[in-house]
Design a protein around this ligand. Structure first.
Ligand SMILES: [Zn+2]
Length: 341
């Protein structure tokens, strides 16, 4: 497959070495029977699996509801037009405020744990596998989302090692009827940037030169627009937290690992041929939550405070994506660039 062969730019990324002999899609704390029931179960809206879900409109959308549009004064020109319009506008406002665009309990989000236990991704500056960071953050994220009412949310854990099994990871996501896919990773750097140090008596590698979080989307995804929209909702909140963004991917020094920066404000890169972004039928986003090869940042992402902030950014973004009234929605920024190579 085209994507499979082009999807492995860095050892860092899960999508790179991610491989599975067996795949589990786990509701947190679910029993084996529960997993099987879920895997066999048909989605309530089966078309969602074949037809990518569009990003729900933001709450502030000015688009009229068909039902309220039918109340327009044109049908009864004798009435006071201004009063009628005002009434319609008020009904639309109330409808937008009171009616979320999705039911959180039924919204089907898969949170993918990047890499597998056997093929565990990058190694941190202190020799902890990336998989451990991914699993911890993704597990806590799913717990938070369930507590927030997104009770359908599934934690996707894959096992094994062979790259072709990536296809199975995506196939399971596609057959699940999921409406949104978020892959959780932690970043490293290409080998040429590595430096040596000793940690706890062991020769280790690090790079403090780069760091930061980043978001990746594929223009080859079945629903790029919705993927990009969700990524923006996350990225703006990550930036608002004041965390460092991984700016290096747009720089020439990254060579073949260079990516187009689609949105400098939200920290979103274009990565067309990443398997889990390209072949998923639903909108898909990959979040690099931070660098584990950067010694300071490794300590941060290992800590609860940084994890809580990232989880908060994602959960608030999901609420916005679903059209729920957010506490504070960051303003939408224009696209910076779409493609330059
Ligand atoms: Zn990774």
């Amino acid at each position: 497959m085209r994507g499979a062969s082009k999807s492995t730019p860095l050892r860092r990324c899960g999508v790179t070495a991610a491989a599975i002999a067996a795949l589990l899609l786990l509701p947190v704390g679910a029993s084996q029977a529960g997993i099987l029931d879920w895997l066999k179960g048909k989605p309530e809206h089966p078309k969602a699996a074949a037809k990518p879900a569009a990003a729900p409109k933001p709450v502030a959308s000015t688009k009229s509801e068909p039902t309220t549009r039918s109340l327009a004064p044109a049908a009864k020109p004798a009435e006071k037009p201004q009063a009628a319009e005002k009434q319609v506008a008020e009904k639309e406002r109330v409808a937008r405020a009171d009616k979320p665009k999705c039911d959180p309990a039924k919204f089907r989000l898969i949170v993918d744990v990047g890499h597998t236990r056997k093929s565990d991704g990058a190694l941190s500056a202190r020799n902890v596998p990336e998989y451990d960071f991914n699993l911890r953050l993704a597990t806590r994220l799913v717990e938070k989302l369930k507590a927030d009412g997104f009770t359908w949310t599934r934690l996707m854990i894959t096992e094994g090692r062979a790259r072709p099994s990536l296809v199975r990871r995506v196939a399971t996501a596609n057959s699940s009827g999921a409406e949104l896919f978020l892959s959780i990773h932690h970043d490293s750097v290409p080998e040429k940037f590595m430096e040596n140090w000793e940690f706890e008596g062991k020769k280790s590698k690090y790079s403090d030169r780069f760091g930061g979080w980043g978001l990746f989307v594929s223009k080859d995804n079945a629903n790029f627009d919705a993927s990009f929209a969700f990524a923006k909702m996350i990225g703006k909140r990550m930036r608002a937290q004041g965390f460092r963004f991984a700016e290096q991917y747009s720089q020439p020094i990254m060579g073949k690992y260079r990516h187009d920066l689609l949105d400098k404000n939200a920290g979103i890169y274009r990565y067309d041929h990443l398997v889990v972004l390209m072949t998923t039928h639903m909108p898909a986003v990959l979040l690099e939550a931070g660098s584990i090869i950067n010694r300071d940042e490794e300590l941060q992402v290992a800590g609860q405070e940084r994890q809580d902030a990232t989880i908060g950014a994602v959960s608030d973004a999901l609420k916005e994506y679903c059209g729920m009234p957010p506490a504070a929605t960051p303003p939408q920024e224009p696209l910076v660039s779409s493609s330059n190579h």
